[in-house]
Design a protein around this ligand. Structure first.
Ligand code: UD1
Length: 429
């Protein structure tokens, strides 16, 4: 039965939460397991809908895959299927990242085009250009990318016109099983890229430069099994730190080191919060009186596009005018219409939003449009007077492992209830 998330806002949050493993790392790592016929073990994998979908996809391709207590074991001894159908790719855009490893391992792959989504048109041209450079023959048939490399892929020089995270994942995986050397210029530098390169190296690949904009890969004929502990989720960490920032609390996150989210920590300080970091722990102190800040999203090491909806909630609380510039996706302001329901004053002009913050915020019924918009609505609910009800919770379940329990442990009055249509019943939650 569909549920609604009820938040009785206005409480100061304080305490410590442990972040889960990063979804955006775990997904490419899971796809990379297809590159080996031996067992790969991933620990600290978050319990999320996106992970279940990925495991279903791996099984449909012939891999044995199990999940127990945040540990995934995958053995892709043989690849039996080479197709990622529309239903899966549409529900989980990252499943397009199966294209590179599948093509490299099986010599053929048919992956449905993901199409656009709530945050933009999201083309895949850079993935396809790069794989073509590696020698793949790529055609479109009825909305499906049909890729073939019967004689195997061969290393090449590839220039990415934009440091796409997804394209870098796909090409790193494909290059690891290609003949010869690949040099990837203009690569994405996100921590998730570095982590994928670490996993591939443990599997036997020869990779240098991950984390810089030029990555060199010396492909291998085969890769072996390995085990790896997924790093903490930097976006989840920023979400909980912001819950303390907005409500004037003292919140710490553990299970993550500061450098991965340095741009978010700098911005929190810009809003007027105090940050302390130590080994595997970040603490935030806020008096709830935030100062307005202008900020912009950029490829790493700039501010992640994923935290933009979250920081916009902070801008709604900060007294005065903040401007928010979204430089990664062309349409990532879907949450603004919902934020306005709380009484926020936000004007949009193209990729810029001007937030006139500090107005009283009052609880409202709202609907989540994507994962981070859903988390942004939670933050808005935590700081608004009254009971907020958030619908379309599957977005939250795709990306946040145990958010309700974690935020409740910080002192929030938050619970999931069956979503009845009747207003009277919902208002009672
Ligand atoms: C992006 C984010 C990533 C975040 C993820 C989930 C960046 C650079 N990437 O990764 O940090 O975790 O969303 O929200 O911030 N593009 C093309 N052609 C392509 C591929 C991408 O034009 O073939 C464009 C996209 O339209 C977009 C930009 O490049 O404007 C970034 O896309 P990309 O990094 O590939 O997106 P994700 O991998 O989803």
């Amino acid at each position: 039965m569909p549920e609604v998330l009820c938040i009785n806002g206005g409480k100061k949050l304080s305490g410590t939460v442990r972040v889960s493993g990063a979804k955006n790392s775990a997904l490419p790592l899971l796809f990379a397991t297809l590159l080996s016929s031996e067992e790969c073990v991933l620990q600290n994998v978050p319990d999320l809908e996106d992970i279940s979908v990925t495991l279903r996809l791996l099984r449909s391709l012939g891999a044995k895959a199990s999940y127990e207590k945040n540990e995934v074991r995958v053995t892709a001894e043989q690849i039996r299927g080479t197709e990622a159908p529309y239903g899966l790719v549409k529900s989980l855009r990252a499943s397009f990242w199966v294209l590179g490893p599948l093509l490299a391992r099986a010599g053929t792959a048919q992956v449905s085009l993901p199409g656009g989504d709530a945050i933009g048109t999201r083309p895949v041209d850079l993935h396809l250009q790069g794989l073509t450079r590696l020698g793949a023959d790529i055609r479109m048939q009825h909305g499906v990318v049909v890729a073939n490399a019967p004689g195997g892929l061969r290393g090449a020089k590839i220039d990415l016109a934009f440091p796409s995270v997804g394209a870098t994942h796909n090409l790193l995986m494909a290059a690891s099983l290609s003949r010869g050397e690949t040099i990837l210029h203009g690569a994405a530098r996100e921590p998730e890229i570095v982590e994928l390169a670490q996993l591939l190296s443990k599997m036997g690949a020869d990779i240098e430069g991950a984390g810089s904009d030029t990555i060199r890969v010396l492909g291998k004929e085969s890769l072996g099994g390995t085990s790896h502990m997924v790093l903490g989720d930097r976006i989840e960490a920023a979400t909980y730190l912001l819950s303390g920032a907005l409500t004037g609390g003292v919140v710490a996150v553990t299970g993550i080191d500061a450098p991965a989210l340095q741009s978010s920590l700098n911005l929190l300080e810009g809003f007027g919060c105090q940050i302390e970091t130590s080994d595997n722990k970040i603490s935030l102190k806020s008096n709830g009186e935030l100062s307005p800040v202008d900020f912009a999203t950029e490829p790493y090491p700039g501010l992640a596009t994923d935290v933009q909806p979250l920081f916009m909630a902070a801008a709604c609380v900060a007294k005065g005018k903040s401007t928010v510039q979204e430089n990664v996706f062309e349409n990532r302001f879907g949450h603004v219409a919902e934020y306005r329901r709380f009484g926020a004053d936000i004007a949009i002009d193209g990729r810029t939003a001007v937030v006139s913050g500090g107005l009283p915020l009052s609880a409202a019924p709202v609907e989540a449009g994507d994962i981070r918009a859903a988390a942004g609505l939670v933050l808005m609910g935590l700081v608004s007077e009254g009971v907020t009800q958030i619908r379309e919770l599957y977005h939250l379940d795709r990306g946040y492992d145990g958010l309700v329990e974690k935020v409740r442990s910080l002192g929030a009055d938050i619970s999931r209830m069956p979503a009845f249509e009747s207003k009277e019943v919902v208002f009672g939650c």
